[in-house]
Design a protein around this ligand. Sequence first.
Ligand code: ATP
Length: 417
Amino acid sequence: MALPVTDLRALVTALPGMDALLPALAELGEPSYLVGGAVRDVLRGARSVDLDVAVEGDGPAAARALAERLGGSVVLHDRFSTATVRAGSLAVDLAGTRREVYTRPGALPTVEPASLVEDLGRRDFTVNAMAIGLTGEALGRLRDPGGGRADLETGLIRTLHPASFLDDPTRLLRALRYESRLGFALERETARLAREAAEAGALSTVSGVRVRVELMDLLAEPEAPRSVTRLAELGLDHALHPAVDADPELVAAAKLGALETGASPALTALAALCAGRPEVRASARDELEVWVEALGLPGPARDAVLRAAAYANALAKALRASWRPSELHELLEGEPPEPLALALALGAPEEVVLLYTRRLRSVRLEISGADLLAAGVAESPAVGLALRETLRRKLDGELCGREEELRTALELAREAT
Ligand code: ATP
């Protein structure tokens, strides 16, 4: 629920960073506003927000002038004429107010300078389409042409116009992320439009990379399982890919498993969506793999997701057998943490997984090959084999301490040569 805001000016002025920012913006002489999610969060009672500022005027020129006044630096992100200004602990994202023109559904928009009202009108949802003045008489004044404040109070996520999801289908994923994070619901007509866009295949008009950015943000949220339920309710799971399995309980368990194993919660949750129901898995695995590849994750992250999706069920089953510590180490050594996290979610015994992640994973010998060579053993594959067998014995608790390690490894290496 939005807090009753009696004095928005006082709230905005008290935000961290505003003591330096407000006088510098006043000197620029251009009308400036706090915009987007920052306004939403201030109205919901946040006392500290990311400073997203829109200037009615030339954004990059304003950013350079602001950096100069604050004695800071500026980085321009040219595609949408946005900039980040940093000065000491202050970081401000700044852009000129602009309108967006979509040349075809799902494409990135063409951007042109425009008024504040048009800038607010290009945004995703009413609750993200408000501004608070930061300069002159407008300081602390709320601009809310879309009715975002009322939607904040009633807890609704509402698009600003009927073509919104078709223009930018990533908003479908954003909508569910905000629903879950804020504990809100899609407004009725917005929900209908979302279903319609999902059915019409809107998500297939967007690049895999843009889908991934929003999907990973959605999966990274603490309330991600609720979003996963909603993916299925709105038909967005199959709009992502027909073999995606939106199982909220598995996603919740996968995120817990990630915490226990040091895996990435969002990557493990993505793998959970792809691990699928057993009957779908075999036939659709190749297609799902192509879909995951198209998301454009960095190589190691992509490999961890694919490995987890393909292997976690078998791993969960394997881990139910009884293992000596050294065997467990051998089974899991070199495995990224995501398959292990998902295996845990799929029923691998917790004590076995924790034995590995908390203890065995970090066990190392105190000696190295150099110690064996220094003791007169000739360089040969026997050195590596002796070290490996010594590690095995250490893992199984058969020896302890540097001296015993060295004695054992030397014996083994000498026996073998
Ligand atoms: P968060 O708290 O998750 O960072 P945010 O609202 O700040 O939320 P950003 O993704 O940082 O979200 O985007 C900043 C603002 O830009 C949003 O509040 C919204 O007004 C606008 N925006 C971002 N993505 C879109 C989009 N796909 N379509 C329209 N407007 C968008």
